[in-house]
Design a protein around this ligand. Sequence first.
Ligand code: NI
Length: 169
Amino acid sequence: MIYPIVKYGQEVLDKPAQPVTAFDAPLQKLIEDMFETMYAANGVGLAAPQIGLSLRLCVIDVSSGQDPNARLVLVNPEIIAREGEQLEEEGCLSLPDFRAKTPRPAVVTARALDAQGQPVEIKGEGLLARALCHEIDHLNGKLFISHLSRLKRDSIQRRVRKMMKAGQW
Ligand code: NI
């Protein structure tokens, strides 16, 4: 099932999400639906708040569906190490058509549970490091624009408000 994606301005994107406690069949179905929703939207990551669910769950596939081994499920994740810096273009399915160079660590290590509740550690660089930071930010109620300069963030927010007023958001 493909979920509609919640856009910037909805409260669910602004608040910390709740931990996942049950690794049952409904969770497996939700994870499959999140991958389906992410691929349909041509995203490389999707967090549960983006489909309106305040849960600490996200999926990532930086291969955009090309490599089955690139499919990552992160339940209750946290970043445990950061190294270096990178500054690359980032976007978000909840802020369609807005992209900006966003400062992130070059290498990131995250600790999480997998779909079965087993502990996993994922180390990523480049796009994967950005995706890990971006999706885990979502679970803490943060969007990539919070890492931009005040000037750039204000400019994006102003354009979104304009689109909201025009009924285009
Ligand atoms: Ni996003």
